[in-house]
Design a protein around this ligand. Structure first.
Ligand code: LMR
Length: 346
C-alpha cells in the first residue's frame, strides 16, 4: 500500500502518532489480510461515519450492513459506527489507509490532501439538483473518479448522495452582502474556503462533530449544510435564519482499503460489490425525500426562520461566487469540469 502522500500531508506531531499507528496497523493489516483470505473465518468490516443513523448516509450504511448480514452473515460482519462515535472523517481516512477500519463514506469535499479531482463537486452552483449530480457520477468522466486515489491504496466503490447545501446564520442570506464579515464553518475544502472568501466571509475549516458547539457558543456565526444534517445535528436550534440557497452539493465516496479489498475471497468480493450497488441505488433514490422531510421538521419546529431565495437572488449569489471556478479549474482538470457542466445542463 502506498501511503506516502498521506504521510507527507501531515503535521510533525502526526509523525509521532504516525509511527505508532504504522506499527500497530501493519499488524492489523497482516491480520486482516490473513483472515480475509481464509474462507472459514469471519471477515469483519468496521464502517465508521459521522452523521446520525436517520440521515441518507446513516440509512445507507445500515442498509448495507443488513443486506450483508442477510446474504453473507456466516462469512462477513459489518459493524457500523454512526455519529462520529469512533472517529472523525479526517482520522477515518488515515485509519482506512492503515487498515484499522475497512470501509468509510466521507464527504467528497474532504479529500483535498489526496486528490484535487473531487473539488469539482464543491464548485458553487455546479449542480442544480441530485439528478444532475447523478448524471455526472454515472458518466464515463464521473465513473473514473472512483479510481482517483488508487495510488494512495484507497479504492472508491460507490457514490452516495446526501443533498443540496443551504446557508444558516444570524440573518437571512438573501444577497451575498449578508455574508460579509461573518465567520462560516466549512468542511475541509479549499474550494469552500475560496467560495466564502469570495463573498467577504471568514471561513473556518472544522470537523462536523464540533459544529453544533461552535454555533452555540458563537465561535462561528454561520454554516452551510444539507437539511438532513441541519435537522439531525440540531443546527437549526442555534441558528436564527436558514436560507434555502441550493448553492452546493454534499455527497460521499464510499471507499475501501485496496489491499484489504483485493485480499478478500473473490466470491465474497463479488457479492459485496453487488450488495453495495443495490444499496447505493436504494439510498440515492431516497436521499432527496429524506432531506425534504428534514426541512419540514425544521419548519414545524418553529425554532428558526426559513427563507427561500428567489431566482433573481440565486443569480446574485451565482455571479458573486463564479470567480471561484477559474481559481480551481486547472487543479481539477478542465475536462472534468466540462463533463460535470455538460451533465448538469442536460
Ligand atoms: C460535514 O462535515 O458538514 C459533512 O461532511 C458531514 C457529512 O458527512 O454529511
Amino acid at each position: 500500500m502506498n501511503t506516502t502522500t498521506l504521510q507527507q500531508a501531515r503535521s510533525p506531531s502526526y509523525w509521532r502518532f504516525g509511527l505508532w499507528a504504522l506499527l500497530i496497523s501493519s499488524l492489523a493489516i497482516a491480520a486482516c489480510g490473513d483472515s480475509a483470505n481464509k474462507t472459514d473465518s469471519k471477515i469483519l468490516i468496521k464502517f465508521p461515519h459521522v452523521t446520525a443513523p436517520g440521515t441518507p448516509k446513516g440509512k445507507a450504511a445500515n442498509r448495507f450492513r443488513d443486506l450483508v448480514h442477510e446474504r453473507l452473515g456466516d462469512r462477513v460482519t459489518v459493524e457500523v459506527y454512526p455519529s462520529g462515535q469512533l472517529m472523525n472523517d479526517d482520522d477515518s481516512i488515515d485509519a482506512l489507509a492503515f487498515g484499522e477500519v475497512q470501509m468509510i463514506a466521507v464527504s467528497l469535499s474532504k479529500f483535498d490532501r489526496l486528490t484535487k479531482k473531487f473539488q469539482v463537486f464543491d464548485l458553487p452552483f455546479m449542480f442544480r439538483d441530485l439528478t444532475a449530480v447523478e448524471r455526472f457520477q454515472k458518466s464515463p468522466a464521473g465513473t473514473v473518479l472512483l479510481d482517483a486515489m488508487t495510488d494512495n491504496g484507497l479504492q472508491g466503490i460507490a457514490f452516495w448522495h446526501n443533498g443540496m447545501k443551504h446557508f444558516s446564520g444570524p440573518e437571512p442570506m438573501t444577497t451575498p452582502e449578508a455574508a460579509d464579515g461573518l465567520k462560516f464553518r466549512i468542511m475541509e475544502s479549499d474550494v469552500l474556503q475560496a467560495q466564502i472568501l469570495q463573498v467577504g466571509g471568514n471561513p473556518q475549516k472544522m470537523a462536523f462533530g464540533e459544529v453544533y458547539q461552535a454555533l452555540q457558543t458563537g465561535a462561528v456565526d454561520a454554516q452551510e449544510n444539507t437539511w438532513s444534517n441541519i435537522y439531525s445535528s440540531k443546527f437549526y436550534e442555534v441558528q436564527d435564519h436558514i436560507t434555502q440557497s441550493n448553492h452546493g452539493y454534499v455527497g460521499y465516496l464510499v471507499i475501501v482499503n485496496s489491499e484489504f479489498w483485493s485480499s478478500l475471497p473473490s466470491d465474497i468480493r463479488t457479492e459485496l460489490r453487488a450488495i453495495m450497488d443495490e444499496t447505493s441505488d436504494w439510498a440515492n433514490e431516497r436521499a432527496a425525500a429524506i432531506n425534504l422531510e428534514a426541512l419540514e421538521k425544521v419548519e414545524a419546529s418553529g425554532r428558526t426562520n426559513v427563507v427561500t431565495l428567489t431566482p433573481e437572488q440565486v443569480e446574485l449569489w451565482r455571479i458573486a461566487m463564479q470567480p471561484v471556478w477559474a481559481q480551481f479549474e486547472d487543479n481539477i482538470g478542465s475536462d472534468i469540469v466540462a463533463a460535470a457542466q455538460a451533465a448538469s445542463q442536460q
